[in-house]
Design a protein around this ligand. Structure first.
Ligand SMILES: Nc1ncnc2c1ncn2[C@@H]1O[C@H](COP(=O)(O)OP(=O)(O)OP(=O)(O)O)[C@@H](O)[C@H]1O
Length: 710
């Protein structure tokens, strides 16, 4: 076992990294909002102008919900203009500034307290749950502007501060194991062979082994699920088995979608469960399990509803009265009602929670007041390698559970980080999701360290310095090695030949393609597809070597008006023509556009390809590699972009990014790139190019065959 980590110093360094991250986020948003006029912000999707209050009522937790719609004097259609405000966004509501006072106005906005969270965002209105009680909503024409989201950081901060201040005597055995101060309790061979009554007879052996292992673990277990290996499938069975063993579970994921996915798949098994989280952010199919919906619809809910309507009518009377004294009196009454409301609601919530053996929420949501006095036996985190370590500590500390089970794949991309503590890197640069040049610089700086993260947990990582993007999953693997992990090995997504390289290069050659998928080709799709060179070939490589397909740095004339973070990216317009022709050939053969995706690591290339292909092939999906993580398609075309005499590969050097790119397709992967440039990038890239040359259907594009006007 590696050297134990000192808990308070670990927490302190997390706190300072989180602070850097918050600063980076604040800087980015403030930069945008302070530099630009409201109309520019509105055009950029960061603000909505010319609004009026449509309604005001009381929501969950006694919060005031303000519904804002277009001012009829300005909009005749009753519809809002296109805007980028989404549920969960933090925003301010204020009187709309006139041009000249805009800056002053916005600076004062936060202090005036009309801040809130968007809870609904539709064509005709946006609803905001106000943060503070008794806010005097300004009259007249209003506007909404997006603010930096520091709510997440506040909770991460509280969690890490709690960890930092804990006395050694307060550290549970789980906490000690998570920092290597104690070894995990060994599991005997007998336990691993125990007879389990499986609910799902179709589970494969690696899934069964992982479940037996997790059931036997006393403190922590990692379930490593490479692409398409049925990680969630396995977790569902594990949850059912734990319930049979009378365990109470808190199940979390980093995103709402990751949690909803589990709720949906647990629902047919009729387990007593409740999903915490704002209904506006949940999938419709999950609503019947939502805590908030249950507090309205369960038998006990009537007493809450009564008081809610009383509060609503009081709210309405405030808006009507202009008399200061009267207003004050109503505020007083509202305050009392709100208290009563919270108590009643609290009782209903408490009852619903007590009846539930499985509680599901996002990692962030597990830190809410509802779980304050709840005890759990096991915390399960899905997509754990997509979560910051500090996020995982939210449920661990709030639940006081003695056991933790993490499922994820540390060989795909970690969570997005905006700050970087890499030496020499600027403080506000994005790594990962943003395909820009600055990110590349950071990537290059940190690559060496990233390479040190062991693939199988065999090598030990240097413990310092702690990096924000080192996930708990990563850290536990380097701390305890293979002994705490089981890997799922049968994958149900990719044709065998598509799987081969990632399996060999990243998963120790252990992946097996399930019979149902290993030979599936586009021509076998359940609808009419012609047999062509492309539809009967799982792996195609268009090699642009020779220098005829050079990359370009996007010449951004509009740099000043954009965030500097969006400024530079790479494009390769000739490569884009190959993408276009390849898509066209698949579609001509009968493959549906909806079954095809084009992915590229570079935003510049993505913009170019979108422009070129969106109208011509409606239904075709285009995305950045990072944005496509967790998804799959029948056919995927990857445009690698980089082609230069210096053999610079930028952040293609991050093998986790390429792993994501090459493991999305089911039946057809087409890679387009310059093998000469790319193979010089890293050992991994060299091996990949060599593999493609050997195993793919190789094509050499001819410039004269590519018609420029399509
Ligand atoms: N034992 C099994 N037998 C047959 N099909 C399976 C089995 N396990 C998983 N699958 C199928 O494999 C696919 C992927 O499963 P699931 O959605 O659980 O994957 P995941 O590992 O969570 O996804 P990702 O690859 O994105 O991590 C699903 O279509 C699922 O039905």
């Amino acid at each position: 076992m590696a050297k134990p980590t000192d808990i308070p110093s670990f927490a302190s360094s997390q706190l300072s990294l989180l602070d850097n991250e918050l600063q980076a986020e604040l800087q980015e948003t403030q930069l945008l909002t302070s530099l630009h006029a409201p109309t520019t912000l509105a055009r950029a999707g960061l603000a909505v102008l010319n609004l009026t209050v449509l309604s005001q009522r009381t929501g969950f937790g006694g919060k005031t919900l303000l519904e804002l719609g277009p001012d009829p004097a300005v909009s005749s259609s009753g519809e809002l203009p296109e805007h980028g405000l989404r549920v969960g966004d933090i925003c301010a509501v204020a009187e709309q500034p006139k041009g000249a006072e805009r800056k002053k106005e916005r600076e004062g906005m936060e202090k005036r307290g009309a801040e809130g969270v968007v809870t609904k965002s539709g064509k005709g209105s946006v609803t905001v749950a106000l943060d503070k009680e008794d806010v005097d909503v300004p009259g007249g024409k209003l506007w909404l502007v997006k603010l930096a989201n520091d709510v997440t950081y506040k909770r991460l901060n509280q969690t890490m501060t709690k960890l930092q201040k804990m006395q050694p005597a307060e550290h549970s055995t789980l906490t000690q194991v998570l920092f290597g101060q104690t070894s995990p309790t060994p599991i005997s061979e007998d336990e691993l062979k125990s007879d389990v009554q499986w609910t799902d007879p179709s589970l494969n052996d690696s899934q069964k082994d992982a479940i037996r292992f997790a059931l036997a673990s006393r403190e922590v277990a990692l379930i490593h699920g490479p692409p398409g290996t049925g990680k969630t499938h396995t977790l569902i069975e594990l949850i059912l088995q734990l319930l049979k063993r009378k365990q109470r579970l808190l199940v979390c994921g980093p995103s709402n979608v990751s949690v909803d996915n589990i709720v949906e798949r647990l629902a047919p098994h009729k387990v007593s469960m409740v999903r915490l989280g704002h209904p506006a952010r949940l999938l419709p199919s999950v609503l019947s399990h939502s805590m908030e919906v249950l507090t309205r619809t369960s038998d006990a809910a009537a007493i809450v509803t009564d008081i809610r309507s009383e509060m609503d009518s009081k709210q309405a009377s405030i808006r009507k009265t202009r008399n200061g004294r009267e207003r004050k009196a109503i505020y007083g009454e509202l305050k009392e009602l709100r208290k009563e409301y919270r108590q009643r609601e609290g009782r209903v919530v408490g009852d619903l929670l007590r009846e539930s053996n499985v509680v599901l929420s996002t990692l962030h949501g597990a830190g809410g007041y509802q779980l304050r006095d709840q005890r759990f036996d096991v915390v399960i985190v899905d997509e754990a390698s997509q979560a910051l370590e500090a996020q995982c500590w939210i449920p661990v500390l709030s639940s006081s559970a003695p056991r933790l089970i993490l499922a994820g794949d540390h060989l795909q991309l970690p969570p997005t980080i905006k700050s970087s503590n890499a030496k020499g890197a600027k403080s506000t640069t994005k790594t990962n999701t943003n395909s820009d040049e600055t990110a590349e610089k950071v990537s290059k700086l940190t690559l060496k360290e990233k390479e040190e993260i062991p693939d199988g947990g065999k090598k030990k990582v240097k413990q310092d310095p702690v990096r924000l993007e080192t996930t708990l999953f990563d850290r536990l693997l380097s701390l305890h090695g293979e002994t705490i992990k089981r890997m799922l090995t049968t994958q149900y997504r990719m044709h065998e030949r598509i799987m081969q390289f990632p399996s060999r290069a990243l998963y120790e050659g252990k992946l097996i393609a399930a019979d149902a998928v290993k030979e599936r080709l586009l021509k076998d799709l359940p609808y009419d597809v012609d047999e062509t060179d492309n539809t009967s070939e799982p792996l195609v490589f268009w090699d642009t070597q020779g220098g005829d397909f050079p990359e370009k740095t996007e010449d951004d004339e509009d740099k000043q008006s954009k965030s500097s973070l969006l400024a530079e990216s790479k494009v390769n317009d000739l490569e884009a023509l190959i993408v276009r022709d390849h898509v066209a050939s698949l579609i001509d053969a009968g493959v549906k556009a909806e079954d095809i995706a084009v992915v590229t690591p570079y935003n510049g290339q993505l913009a170019l390809l979108s422009q070129m292909l969106k109208d011509r092939f409606p239904g075709l999906e285009l995305g950045s590699v990072d944005g496509f993580q967790g998804r799959e398609k029948e056919a995927v075309i990857v445009s690698l972009v980089r082609s230069n005499p210096e053999h610079e590969v930028g952040f293609l050097g991050e093998k986790r990014r390429l792993n994501v790119a090459m493991t999305r397709p089911k039946r057809h992967l087409c890679v387009i790139g310059d093998s000469e440039t790319i193979s010089k990038g890293s050992k991994f890239l060299k091996a990949w190019m060599a593999f493609l040359e050997e195993n793919a259907d190789l094509r050499y594009p001819n410039l004269s065959d590519l018609s420029q006007d399509g």
